[in-house]
Design a protein around this ligand. Structure first.
Ligand code: AMP
Ligand code: ZN
Ligand code: FE
Ligand code: FE
Length: 277
């Protein structure tokens, strides 16, 4: 039976594949449907959905919102928001602006560490000149300049939460991100909770309307799957999953390959029911 991948990125944010390229890969990898969940943008829609229809691959409209909780990044996924709603789009534009402020702050910090880097250089690493800029684009500049040998080294040394250039401006909280998605008629899901190691945060978000937990993710081990699977069961939440596909960077699949983590079609159907689709 064909499977569904509920987490992927395109050139609308820090993925390196266009929606068309992702559709081809989904077909090759035996998926019947996949979600596009770009960081703080829904720019891929409706175009991506129309492209999917041409090739008989269902594209699920999604987003991955960056929020901050106790100084750390927490990602909230949303599915089936009304991506034409003006109020929603205005709020997403605000997220994009805060992201740009954050990017500049990281670049400034790198410069203060003696690494010559400019926002123009970072911007030029995008395939889509309107795409949202993320840390992987900054990492790419550091690799290209020979400051580090790999994207992973760029994160480990400079860009991860414990990295030397990590910083965040005031940002939306995870609870606000859940509300933002609910306000737009979408289904909010906590992304890769195994990365935060904070079960209390998950419980708090369930209290404000979280509908699902991403149990299956390339960065989750069996323990994370067990912990968050049983938490989802305890509250009757949807157990989602996906590869977090980001395309190919420096010759390597960055994060999971499309379909590497997946869920059965019934999981998608439950999300659709909740969204009234
Ligand atoms: P941003 O949305 O700009 O904060 O960047 C987030 C993206 O950076 C994630 O989706 C990952 O692709 C990548 N990323 C974050 N932390 C790490 C890490 N520790 N190692 C490798 N990639 C990471
Ligand atoms: Zn990303
Ligand atoms: Fe994420
Ligand atoms: Fe992601």
């Amino acid at each position: 039976m064909k499977r569904v991948d509920l987490h992927s990125h395109t050139t609308a944010s820090d993925g390196t594949f266009t929606p068309e390229q992702s559709i081809a890969r989904a077909l090759a990898n035996g998926l019947s449907a996949f979600a596009i969940t770009d960081h703080d943008t829904v720019a891929a829609f409706p175009h991506a959905i129309e492209e999917g229809e041409k090739y008989n691959v269902e594209i699920v409209p999604g987003i991955e919102i960056s929020s901050v909780y106790e100084g750390k990044d927490v990602h909230v996924l949303g599915y089936y928001m009304d991506y034409t709603d003006e109020k929603f789009l205005n709020r997403v534009e605000e997220l994009r602006n805060v992201r740009n402020t954050r990017n500049q702050m990281i670049v400034d910090k790198l410069v203060s560490l003696g690494i010559p880097i400019t926002m123009d250089e970072v911007r030029s690493r995008r395939t889509d000149k309107n795409g949202n800029i993320g840390r992987p684009h900054i990492a790419q500049v550091l690799v290209d300049k020979g400051v580090v040998a790999s994207t992973q080294e760029a994160f480990d040394k400079y860009l991860s939460t414990s990295g030397a250039a990590y910083t965040n401006p005031p940002r939306i909280t995870p609870a606000e991100a859940v509300q933002l998605i609910l306000d737009a008629g979408g289904v909010p899901v906590l992304a890769h909770p195994g990365l935060y190691k904070n079960v209390e945060l998950a419980r708090e978000l369930i209290g404000v309307g979280l509908k699902g937990i991403e149990v299956f993710h390339p960065d989750h081990g069996p323990e994370d799957e067990a912990t968050y699977g049983s938490l989802a069961d305890e509250y009757g939440l949807i157990k989602t999953g996906g590869s977090d596909f980001h395309g190919i960077r420096n010759g390597k699949v960055f994060h999971g390959d499309l379909g590497e983590k997946s869920v059965p079609k019934q999981t998608l159907n439950r999300i659709k029911e909740l969204a009234g689709k």
